[in-house]
Design a protein around this ligand. Sequence first.
Ligand code: ADP
Ligand code: MG
Length: 368
Amino acid sequence: MSDFTHLFGRPPAVAAHASGRVNLIGEHTDYNGGFVLPTAIPQRTEVFFAPRDDDRARVASTLSSDGQVQEYRVGQEQRRHEWLDYVQGLTWLLGREGHAVRGFEALIRSDVPLGVGLSSSAALSVSLLRALRQGFGLELSDVQIALLAQRNENEFVGARCGIMDPMAASLADQGTALFLDCRSLAYERVPLPPGADLVVLNSGISHKLAGQTIPGGDYNTRRAECERAAELLGVPQLRDLTAADLPRLEALPEPLNRRARHVLTENERVLQAVEAMRAGDRERLGELFYTSHASMRDDYQVSIPEIDLIVELARADSDVYGARLTGGGFGGSVVMLVHAGTGRPVAERIAAAYARQSGRSPAVLVPA
Ligand code: ADP
Ligand code: MG
């Protein structure tokens, strides 16, 4: 890669990548031990990499504001509260786990948009781990890579991310959805339904910005609410609830009743979505997208008016089977299921109407 050679004066020894993901359904279920259904998107993060013989790590990202090479010493990682923490955390973790990691040069290039629910952070950690695995000959399975990527965010970067994003970055592909049980980590790849296209639209509002504007509106608050609801209901995790428990939720105080209802019904919707996909029932899958959106908007309260507007524009479009907020919310992106062959025109007309009505700058990510 010529930019790497230009920056570091030698060609890379290794090239690795990991894809962004779009979650079809199953939102905020992962940290409750439940089910999710993500699939890979064409946008991805690439890492060009060459090991060094000393402990110097020299890293640049085309997405960081200055594009300059940043440096640290492997074995002396220190949190800086910036993107380099994702890199430092991985060598810190690998060192603690007894893997032989030395210095290196790395150039990161990505077209996964940051902070809009498409999991750029997991794509970054997983692509780096793949480069480190290959560059230093580490013995790591794809599931171990996902677990390390999650620990990186939890223990070093300081973000309480669940297991869905790292598992999707490490194991999902395009064309199938990764039906994952987030408690046992059992997974199965389910083909996307024939006769339908996926559309993914970035609302142009990142969760970093929108999270501040919703009272109690952050991911950590929602996690704490779920833990409290599970405790009051006497179950280890909200995943342990079934439809038969719905009446019991009424006794919970607001907003814990809503939070638990979202998780319970969303988990059931994932199972129903898998059934619909297996049966090739596009209408049913689309309906589940809409119900999931309503649940995120009304019960989990993680949507924003701009995202609701995109979903309403989709609902008014006869080529759309279903649409919903995807990812953690507080801004982000919308995933839609549309009639086969109409993905591009549907995405463009909904993006144009949304831009006109909201004044925002959306981007069509799928179809790419
Ligand atoms: P999401 O994973 O939903 O896109 P996060 O807030 O979890 O949003 O992660 C976004 C952060 O990940 C960015 O602010 C940045 O620190 C880091 N990041 C992701 N991809 C890159 C990249 N290619 N280069 C530099 N930093 C990145
Ligand atoms: Mg992330």
